[in-house]
Design a protein around this ligand. Structure first.
Ligand code: FE2
Length: 227
């Protein structure tokens, strides 16, 4: 499909979601499921990321799909159904992970359950990849056909202003490394303009923790230059 220079509502969060799934999948593949500290660490990360996925779907439903359905009746049904199915798959993944907290599991049983969890995680990952591509190639194209850029940007600001600060900070660890240099600058400049200075400083701190020294310094320099 032809690339558009028009604003996209899904490019940034979807890059972050792809990055997170890849990172978590790599971690889950090499994990020693008989080690409770390792299981607890992965569980904490997935509980947080699962919360981000749910919030992302709710914001898409509330702002993007509701607006689209009002102009093109029926056009949001497929994505709304996908969101329900993805949430159910996510619950199955979390149940498998929680089953590893059962006391008295032998190392063999823990690693067998860990592998079953890993396979379910892979299923959820695959379902998200397919869903995101469809939203990018079908849903976003429908938005371009039926909304002006100004209207799309108004939706963008509604979505961003409905993300609580703690969730915005949690997104930073996945979204910032997933973007290219120009996209990082655009995102950070937007936060700098719209949020209090203390919050922007927290975002920059989280960003520094997840980028290479070279990439972070280039970003800092670019932001200072355009300040
Ligand atoms: Fe979605």
């Amino acid at each position: 499909m032809k690339q558009s220079t028009r604003p996209s509502l899904v490019l940034t969060p979807h890059k972050g979601i792809r990055f997170a799934f890849a990172q978590i999948t790599m971690k889950a593949g090499s994990l020693d499921y008989a080690n409770p500290a390792h299981v607890a660490d992965l569980t904490a990360q997935l509980v947080e990321f699962g919360g981000l996925l749910e919030e992302h779907a709710h914001l898409e439903n509330q702002f993007i799909l509701t607006s689209l359905a009002a102009r093109v009746p029926g056009s949001a049904d497929h994505d709304e159904q996908d969101h329900i199915a993805l949430e159910l798959l996510q619950e199955e993944v979390m149940a498998k992970l929680e089953s590893l907290q059962e006391p008295g599991l032998s190392p063999q049983e823990a690693n067998a359950r860990g592998y079953a969890f890993y396979q379910d995680l892979s299923k959820l990952h695959a379902a998200h990849l397919e869903h995101m591509l469809e939203e990018e190639q079908v849903t976003q194209a429908l938005l371009w056909d039926n909304f002006e850029d100004e209207e799309i940007m108004a939706l963008h600001f509604q979505i961003v202003s409905n993300i609580p600060p703690d969730k915005m900070l949690a997104w930073t660890q996945y979204i910032l490394p997933s973007l290219n240099h120009a996209e990082r600058i655009e995102l950070l400049k937007g936060i700098q303009m719209g949020a209090p200075a203390a919050f922007f400083a927290q975002v920059m701190e989280r960003t520094e923790a997840v980028l290479s020294k070279e990439a972070f310094e280039a970003l800092e320099e670019a932001i200072l230059q355009t300040a």
